[in-house]
Design a protein around this ligand. Sequence first.
Ligand code: FAD
Length: 408
Amino acid sequence: GCRIGISGRSPRADRGVPIALVPVKAVIIGAGMGGASAAIALKQLGLEVEVYEQVTENKPVGAAISVWSNGVRCLNHLGLEEETAALGGIVDSMSYVDAFTGETMCRFSMQPLIDEVGQRPYPIARAELQLMLMNAFGHDDINFGKKMVAVHDGPAQATVEFADGTSASGDIVIGADGAKSLTRDYVLGSPVERRYAGYVNFNGLVPVDERIGPATEWTTYVGDSRRVSVMPVAGNRFYFFFDVPMPEGVPFERGTAREVLAEEFAAWAPGVHTLIGALEPGATNRVEIYDTDPFHTWVRGRVAVLGDAAHNTTPDIGQGGCSAMEDAVALQFAFRDNPDDPHAALAAYEASRTERAADLVLRARKRCDVTHGKEPEKTAAWYEELRHEDGTNVIRGIVGNIVGGPLT
Ligand code: FAD
């Protein structure tokens, strides 16, 4: 059931007049995975929610994401259990393959992981995940084409200003405005440096092809501090990605992914070449990977950050989006427990999240370094481990990422 928050600023309360049930009003900036999840979560609780998004239509960058069991739990909690399962790929096993020989280094079932955490993970095409979330909140209730240019706290309300000269105010402002967050700069009082992680990621979708990997397997080719991976999403498609260590700022012309990858991966196994032949160059994304050092101030007065704005991570453990969904559920719990006090609710939200989110950022950074050869001997040792892996160590690592959120 929903509970209605009671606005802490109602002057009627001070005069002893019965308190009217005025819902807390939340202004959310950004309708990505984090902002849309938070909008659903707060609306579910009975808050009045306004969402503002700078883009004019749903055009996510990136092809898909793996929503691990902790993220799936959050989506289930938001009432999206059936929709999520329908969009998710079925991953029954994982394997690592030698980049050059094409030999399987190890292959193991995902079932022990599912049994341990009680929820199957789901890789999902990004555009479909995004649309599911927007529809769950109410697509037509999202204010598109609204670019926030300033945010400030006030004694009774927080206010945002948009590029079109309009503004919006609420009891709280949630900045879910992504890795280059303006809200974050406001909350921290100064801009944050993002750290280049040392590699670029090419990604997209291709039809399932068993010459690349089995249809229900997450297959990863590794060698030479690089990684090529496919995992199933719904609709008989593979989400694929290539990680290529290189300096920041190397020029790239969109549409040339096939030539670039064919050259970079010339010596790799036939499955990788089948994938390069199958990808759609014009629809292949190329992303330079960054993260930010964790910080523990997420709230300034009535203004708070959520999602990548609060914890920009490398994608090496597939937890950035899941962590944003955890933030959304934690924010809901904070308002459930502090219905009439936005300041107390935001403080509770911050207290429940900063350590967990920092842990995921640092775990991802560590995996990133091993995968991409920051210290080559560690990467070589990892390849050797994979040749003797029965799944136990890999699954222990993934379970370690999954456990620790508001629902796990
Ligand atoms: P975003 O998705 O960036 O959304 C922010 C939104 O705010 C955008 O829509 C933007 O237009 C809007 N906005 C920004 N500024 C303004 C403004 N001033 N005014 C109005 N609107 C604004 N995560 C996983 O969980 N699993 C994975 O497998 C995974 N793989 C990844 C692979 C790659 C290559 C990358 C780069 C990331 C991956 N992630 C993954 C991380 C995941 O994509 C992010 O953590 C997630 O998108 C964060 O959601 P968000 O809503 O916080 O930010």
